[in-house]
Design a protein around this ligand. Sequence first.
Ligand SMILES: *Cc1c(COP(=O)(O)O)cnc(C)c1O
Length: 451
Amino acid sequence: MIAKKIHLDEKEMPKAWYNILPDMPTPPDPPLNPGTGQPIGPEDLAPIFPMGLIEQEVSQERWISIPEDILDIYRLWRPSPLYRAYHLEEVLDTPARIYYKYEGGSPAGSHKPNTSIAQAYYNKREGVRRLATETGAGQWGSALSLACQFFDLECTVYMVKVSYHQKPYRRSMMQVWGSEVIPSPSDKTNAGRGILEKDPDSPGSLGIAISEAVEDAATREDTKYSLGSVLNHVLLHQTIIGLEVKEQLKKVGEKPDVLIGCCGGGSNFAGLVFPFLPEKLAGEKIRFLAVEPTSCPTLTKGEFAYDFGDTAQMTPLMPMYTLGHDFIPPGIHAGGLRYHGESPLVSVLHRDGIVDAVAYTQNPVFSAALTFARAEGIIPAPESAHAVKATFEEAIRFKEEGKEGVIVFNLSGHGHFDMAAYDAFLAGDLEDYTYPEEKIAESLKNLPKVK
Ligand SMILES: *Cc1c(COP(=O)(O)O)cnc(C)c1O
């Protein structure tokens, strides 16, 4: 049997985001000012974020209503479909029932517009004229460019230099939506010039590009900064994913046993699983499984500590799993998973044993993605393919244990701009890289000292 779509009506689309903070068994410690070591307040964030988002960052309200202007744009592709993967179940010969939530139907092709639209809205409402941001492989840059176009904001994107040259079509998408795209490190900022002085051929990294974008926003009156993952308000906006999944599962009388998402900064994973935390805390057995690459194993091999979000040490210190702020991951194809840190919310839940994590190398990930594409049609983004691989492993586990069960994974985006990665896999050119323990220990030595 072929896949079946579980539809939600426009009228049934959630009207509020779910804020996990008031429900957390242990809430995260506050971010710290890197200079004073003191917890930061709203005034510290005001130069780079609008008040509307700062309020959401620290809010204790469980439900935060979604403004009508945002719902209007969400309706372009939301509610997004949930599919029952009948054909894949047959191929895997598993008694588990597999569902996937497809976020690739947004104009940018991933879940990221769920937050970029909201962020552009709150900035516009407070009179901001221009946004600065960074992007790795280009998914976040394209999502924010789209949002800025809708809200008539200027947008400047610092794009990791190696991706700027390797992923020309993501760059052109941003330019089609009216953004200025600058390869990073650049000579436009002190942070960029500092890196170029030491290494004129630096390929760049997400940490460096963040430094450049933050500096741009902090030094211009008309400009704010925008981040595509990691922060509480970003994860909040993504909860529309899991809230819809809850409604969709209700329609078919199902409850999840395992919820799976790939994990870069944690936003699509959190978007799927956070709305199910109350049920899990109430005693329902639901496994929350985050999946990462072995080349950037933040949750599985990193340390829980205060660290900077960027390389130039400009951001507040956040309590999170980290590989060290000067960790530069190797150039694997899942660009969206190459970040040294992790959302503090997901980090605390992992530390407390509520979120499980696994890591896989590239070849088994792409092999699973290929099987998925042949069974279900959709070609997953390399990031999402990590969730596909974990789903296969869980499905096999159900089979081995002779148990039925429900697995739901987040198919966070399509892979249409990543076909070079599939080419490399098909040609047998992908390396299975596991980041060596010694090198992780080395970069963890540079963690900031916090009293
Ligand atoms: C950016 C991206 C990710 C990783 O980011 P998270 O914040 O961890 O979700 C995953 N999948 C896709 C398709 C992406 O574009």
